[in-house]
Design a protein around this ligand. Structure first.
Ligand SMILES: Cc1cc2nc3c(=O)[nH]c(=O)nc-3n(C[C@H](O)[C@H](O)[C@H](O)COP(=O)(O)OP(=O)(O)OC[C@H]3O[C@@H](n4cnc5c(N)ncnc54)[C@H](O)[C@@H]3O)c2cc1C
Length: 445
């Protein structure tokens, strides 16, 4: 049979047979039941493969983790938002599930000095000018051959400024870059930190929590919880995966371990990873973003804002807040700490974190505001199954590193996860799309 005849035969065969009947079913292991692993596993299973998902935790979802501690308000401790709803695969799934979503908007925001005074028009003008200066300096840095950190670029803007303006530049660095990418300004590559794509449209939260997506993807899958993968061994024909509980073998393996876990060396690859992949793992970095939800007896902040930004006394401390008063009709504030401050507070007790947050809120809203009645706090960098919140393009890395991270080894070991996405790293949709892409590769498409 010629190649042409074969393709014609295949085309006829696919008319009369379901897709799953046309492929040789393979035995596939997927390491990690986060969005990337589940999205890939779902597609591969639908194609007729025998898929087993090995997950180290006692729950699925990974960095999607909806807390039901407060029965009247499901809260996301990992990802909360679909960033950019238009053309976003997460929107397609959420529409299919008819999942209720709530929009939050940066247009509905207030910017305060640490003493609670709103920035007057002079201050706002100054901030705008500083922002333009910072943007021009970054643009200039991106046109130069040698890469620098965002901190180094910001220094060129700050050097001749008075102390108030310096504080504003520090605020811009933290609120616009460190909070978004999770990396310290010292570590963010000026060339590549924003080398990604975005979907248009608004940002939305899931009224019932992001886990609706995870549950949908996981439906019908063979997921084994508590299987901490320790070793991935390939002899060129088969792949053997060793976990804390036993051994599994397969034709192909998909690795969706977070970058932090790959960097830790806790999972042993035999033979070792190709040099380009090992270099990529070392050059890209994991950022930190931590959340602290505070529940109050009643709201003491304006009810008509989604975002509260505070120019902090200390750089990076409790700069960004989200109010759930407007979005969910609950007296709940979510405070973020990112990058270095996000890391530092992981060593604090919950009580100390809440006291620290309340100091900032009391300075801004007065000493008489009530104490929170409860709180929920994350520590993603200390979590052994993520070792960070999401990856960023660090000084010394390039987008080629993400391609190297995503590249399969010998058509046996494949890679997915947010860190493998050149275009959408650090996001939930990036994780899902990377899972689909890996499933296609494993299918040989
Ligand atoms: C605080 C925070 C806020 C965020 N906010 C947003 C947001 O609003 N919008 C957005 O789009 N994105 C957001 N993100 C990013 C988004 O959550 C992630 O990009 C995405 O969930 C990553 O999915 P993944 O499948 O690549 O990785 P993961 O979800 O981490 O999945 C990897 C899986 O591997 C498992 N694993 C690890 N080690 C082992 C082992 N040795 N053996 C077996 N299993 C193992 C893990 O337990 C995990 O389940 C946020 C992340 C965090 C942490």
């Amino acid at each position: 049979m010629t190649r042409r005849e074969f393709l014609q035969f295949l085309a006829l065969a696919t008319v009369s047979l379901p897709l799953s009947a046309c492929i040789r079913p393979k035995k596939i292991l997927v390491i990690g039941a986060g969005l990337a692993g589940l999205a890939a596993a779902k597609n591969l299973r639908e194609l007729g493969h025998r898929v087993t998902v090995l997950e180290g935790r006692d729950r699925i979802g990974g960095r999607i983790w909806t807390s039901r501690k407060w029965h009247d308000l499901p809260l996301d401790l990992g990802a909360s938002w679909i960033h950019g709803t238009q053309g976003n695969e997460l929107t397609r799934i959420a529409d299919h599930l008819r999942a209720k979503r709530i929009a939050t908007s940066y247009d509905s925001a207030t910017l305060l000095r640490s003493n609670g005074k709103e920035l007057d028009s002079n201050d706002q003008g100054l901030l705008k000018r500083l922002q333009q200066k910072l943007e021009s300096a970054i643009e200039m840095a991106q046109s130069q051959e040698t890469d620098r950190s965002l901190r180094a670029v910001a220094r060129t803007v700050s050097k001749s400024l008075d102390s108030d303006s310096k504080k504003m530049v520090e605020f811009l660095l933290n609120s616009q870059f460190e909070q978004e990418y999770g990396g310290r300004a010292e570590d963010l590559s000026a060339h590549w930190f924003d080398h990604s794509k975005e979907f248009g449209g608004e940002d939305v939260l899931f009224a019932e929590g992001f886990e609706v997506i995870v549950k949908h993807l996981a439906k019908g899958l063979d997921v084994r919880l508590g299987q901490v993968v320790q070793k991935v061994h390939s002899n060129g024909e088969r792949v053997l995966v060793t976990t804390s509980k036993g051994h599994f073998d397969a034709d192909q393996v998909l690795v969706t371990l977070p970058l932090g876990v790959l960097q830790s060396g806790k999972v042993n690859f035999d033979p070792g990873l190709p040099q380009a992949k090992a270099n990529a793992i070392q050059r890209l970095k994991m950022g930190t973003l931590n959340k602290c939800y505070l529940r109050f007896p009643q709201a003491f902040w304006p009810a008509d804002v989604d975002w509260i930004q505070i120019l902090p006394e200390n750089p990076g401390h409790w700069v960004e807040w989200v109010s759930f008063k407007q979005a969910a009709k609950k007296p709940v504030l979510l405070g973020f700490n990112a990058a270095q401050r996000g890391l530092d507070i992981e060593a604090f007790s919950d009580r100390a974190i809440v006291d620290d947050a309340m100091e900032t809120l009391r300075r801004a809203y007065g000493s008489t505001i009530p104490n929170p009645t409860d709180w929920q706090i994350t520590r993603w960098a200390s979590d052994p199954f993520s070792l960070g919140s999401y990856s960023f393009n660090a000084l010394g890395s390039t987008p080629k590193d993400r391609e190297a991270l995503a590249a399969p080894i010998d058509e046996r070991i494949f890679f997915a996860g947010e860190a493998t996405s050149t275009d959408y790293f650090g996001t939930a949709h990036g994780a899902v799309l990377s899972g689909y892409a890996a499933a296609d590769q494993m299918q040989g498409e």
